[in-house]
Design a binder for this molecule. Structure first.
Ligand SMILES: CC(C)(COP(=O)(O)OP(=O)(O)OC[C@H]1O[C@@H](n2cnc3c(N)ncnc32)[C@H](O)[C@@H]1OP(=O)(O)O)[C@@H](O)C(=O)NCCC(=O)NCCS
Length: 131
């Protein structure tokens, strides 16, 4: 798990000079974590948690740069969606960074609304997929 959080921080926090620890929130213990590995190396991470009985949310999706566009992100997404469905979720929501909107659209998510701006520069879009 140390390596898992390290990759999350490297991709989603470090480029914006955010301290270690900023890559976690208070849902970690209750959430479902997934990682993709190449041998011993973690190359992709993502997380699912529940906001209610019907609503699950995906956060912290990240694939190491040299491993992108090989289907790893989609594979993790599919697995989290399967698990959400198995546990009774009816739909998934997420807040996509602008650069990831196409990735989620390709995987069946639709934009609901513009949501927040992170670190004063990363526009997010709330997206949803019915399971
Ligand atoms: C978003 C991210 C997780 C996608 O992971 P990935 O493993 O590269 O995604 P996939 O290979 O499964 O992509 C599936 C499809 O999504 C679309 N897609 C993925 N990345 C894209 C990009 N940068 N621009 C446009 N379309 C993209 C493509 O249609 C792709 O299929 P194709 O390669 O056959 O054209 C990865 O780019 C990433 O970690 N980005 C930086 C961190 C980040 O922004 N995370 C999201 C936080 S909300």
């Amino acid at each position: 798990m140390k390596k898992y959080y390290e990759l999350r921080w490297e991709i989603l926090r470090k480029p914006w000079n955010q301290p270690r620890g900023s890559e976690r929130d208070d849902m970690e213990d209750k959430a479902i974590h997934i990682m993709a590995c190449d041998g011993n190396k973690i190359v992709g991470v993502a997380r699912l948690h529940f906001n209610g009985i019907k609503e699950a949310q995906i956060r912290y999706m990240a694939v190491e740069e040299g491993y992108r566009r090989r289907g790893i992100g989609s594979m993790m997404l599919r697995r989290l969606e399967e698990m959400a469905k198995e546990k009774g979720a009816e739909y998934i929501i997420l807040n996509a960074r602008e650069n990831a909107v196409n990735f989620y659209k390709k995987n069946g998510y639709s934009i609901i609304e513009k949501s927040y701006v992170l670190f004063n520069e990363i526009q997010h879009y709330k997206m949803k997929k019915k399971l």
